[in-house]
Design a binder for this molecule. Sequence first.
Ligand SMILES: [Zn+2]
Length: 200
Amino acid sequence: MITFSVEINTIHVYNIDSEDLFAELEMEKEMALRNIREYGDDVLAKECRAVKEITPRVKELVDDMLDTMYEANGVGLAAPQVGVLKRIVVIDVSPEGDQPLIMINPEILETDGEQTGYEGCLSLPGKSGVVTRPNYVKAKATDIDGTEYIVEGEELLARAICHELDHLDGHMYVEKVEGDLVDNEDLVAQQEKEHEEAAD
Ligand SMILES: [Zn+2]
């Protein structure tokens, strides 16, 4: 009997400790940023592997990718951009940045139309270039709970889906740029000038 109660006590103490540890981990998990790999890094030129199972590690990666994308003011981020060769992208084109789209093993099913405009990438900070993309994209993907879904997007969302999915096959938008890459500062100055001229 004495031995039994000691064991119970031991278990009880262990539970308290693990709860404290859990609380600490939760706090650390509030914001986990990963390093964004830049253009020229080998990892950005490689083919990514399909995700076979949504493990806690995959969930943590997705959380970190969202934190990293929002912190960098991006509208999309692909796993290879944080050095992980898995077919995962996160996108959020909403103005408030509160509508994350998590795409695991995404595939484009249909495209339509055309849009030509400036595009940038968190792996090439401060630069933009003109790229022509479909204006409409229908894609399928798996969400964080393992459910397959269909997403349809136009304009910026269509562009973001195409851009991010290219990363999963080791491609960057610079391969598709029409003309030269421009500095974002010059682009902003040019757009302001055009805006002023339009107002005159
Ligand atoms: Zn990119």
